[in-house]
Write a protein that binds this ligand. Structure first.
Ligand code: FAD
Length: 399
């Protein structure tokens, strides 16, 4: 059987290797990971690992038993498709089939890279650097009120730090949710004792303080920047792999790239969704779990000549912030009809998005049953009665 090489040993890379074995692939599988650590799960980094409640979050995978060759501390620097080789600092690695799974890297605030006291939160090393910072309880400025910013602010408040979150947009989660839905979530910051400054831009970071564009200065013993992430695909420049304007590898519906024998999955890859009529770049854990099963199946199909699978999931993610369990399934657009289930002033509520009478997305705060039922309804494309769906006492599946 051919040799499969996977570039990137995060969730998507590890799951690809595991799925290949689960699906009966017996050839050599090599997993190349830039980080020196045993492959690990990222969501706990902004939760238990950050607070020291868990030491690490290494995946419970028996690489040796599965005959997966794990090469850690090996950064892949280039792809030469004509030679069927990738380059690493340790020399070239030949492949028959290559899977791109290099994930994403956090955006930095221009001019603050390498400034002492300014942190990102993407890797285990980042979390380990931040742990003693939290323990020392300085005043902390968090830049960005997205998912990571909210989760970090939650942990920092729990650790007892004074927290100010600075957000350039006029609301929290501006990239993900409409103003109407984000509005009640902004209240969670104050409730947790964190200060939230929306519509505020960082002008400069100086030792001990953050200067805002409006002239205000915020005391800051540490700064955490959580302003988004972009696909880690810089190393593919000039390789011939097609990249989109967002930097993602533009995979097709089978998660194959523009080059033969090269697949892409996880945070580094976008794919066309027939379900949503859009190309999706999903930076969430479930996508890095489900996508690899399709990649593995299609690698095997390529060997046997069997039918290939298409990847068209109902995206799902969760976030734990300010004592709440927030879940989202699906994908909504501005034109979809928004429907409330419950009162956002209460502890638990949901929002549904309908398109032509069918459910396309659901956001559930403390209502996991809405999420589970909604996800199935989205998958099946069943029609919903808006009046019943808006009644939180009616199970979503009966609406
Ligand atoms: P990554 O996890 O980024 O893994 C890619 C790996 O490839 C990395 O280890 C990287 O070092 C390596 N790599 C990169 N370039 C190279 C190269 N050139 N050569 C070799 N190796 C390379 N999602 C949720 O749904 N819910 C959550 O609550 C949640 N919490 C999160 C909290 C944090 C702090 C973070 C950072 C993410 C969170 N996510 C969450 C998102 C989720 O973790 C990601 O979607 C998931 O990790 C994507 O997996 P991946 O393997 O595609 O990419």
């Amino acid at each position: 059987q051919p040799a499969v090489v996977v570039a990137g040993a995060g969730m998507a890379g590890v799951q690809t290797a595991v799925a290949l074995r689960e699906q009966g692939f017996t050839g050599p599988v090599t997993l190349l990971g830039a980080e020196p650590h045993q492959p690990y799960d990222r969501p706990p980094l902004s939760k238990a690992v950050l607070l020291g409640k868990a030491e690490d979050s290494a995946f419970d995978v028996d690489f040796e038993g599965l005959r997966i060759e794990l090469r850690l501390g090996v950064e892949v620097t280039g792809l030469r498709a004509a030679d069927h080789e990738v380059d690493t600092e340790a020399g070239p690695v030949p492949y028959d089939v290559l899977v791109l799974a290099t994930g994403a890297e956090p955006l930095t605030l221009p001019g603050t890279e390498g400034v002492p006291g300014v942190h990102l939160l993407r890797t285990l090393d980042d979390a380990e650097r931040l742990r003693p910072v939290l323990a020392a309880t300085p005043a902390i400025v968090v830049v960005g009120a997205g998912w990571i910013g909210a989760e970090f602010a939650t942990a920092a408040r729990e650790a007892g730090c004074e927290v100010t979150v600075v957000e350039a947009a006029d609301r929290v989660l501006a990239g993900a949710l409409p103003a109407e839905v984000a509005a009640p979530m902004a209240g969670w910051y104050a409730e947790a004792g964190a200060r939230l400054e929306t519509g505020a831009r960082v002008a400069a970071i100086e030792p001990g303080r953050v200067l805002l564009a409006d002239g205000r200065a915020l005391p800051a013993g540490a700064v955490v920047v959580g302003i988004g992430a972009r696909p880690a695909t810089g190393w593919l420049a000039g390789s011939g792999v097609e990249l989109g304007p967002d930097g993602s590898v533009t995979a097709d519906a089978r998660l194959r790239t523009s080059l033969p024998d090269v697949h892409a999955v996880g945070d580094c890859a976008s794919f066309p969704s027939a379900r949503y009529g859009a190309r999706l770049l999903v930076h969430h854990w479930d996508n890095a779990l489900q996508g690899p099963r399709t990649v593995a199946a299609n690698i095997l199909a390529g060997l046997t000549g069997g039918p290939e699978q298409t990847y068209d999931p109902v995206p799902y993610f969760w976030s734990e912030q300010f004592g709440r369990f927030v879940q989202y399934a699906g994908h909504h657009a501005g034109a979809d009809t928004l429907l409330w289930r419950g009162d956002p002033a209460e502890a638990a509520w949901s929002v549904c998005w309908l398109r032509d009478g069918t459910l396309v997305a659901v956001l559930a705060v403390g209502r996991p049953r809405d999420l589970a039922q909604g996800r199935k309804l989205i998958e099946s494309g069943a029609a919903l009665d808006p009046a019943r769906a808006a009644d939180p006492t009616v199970a979503l599946k009966s609406a």
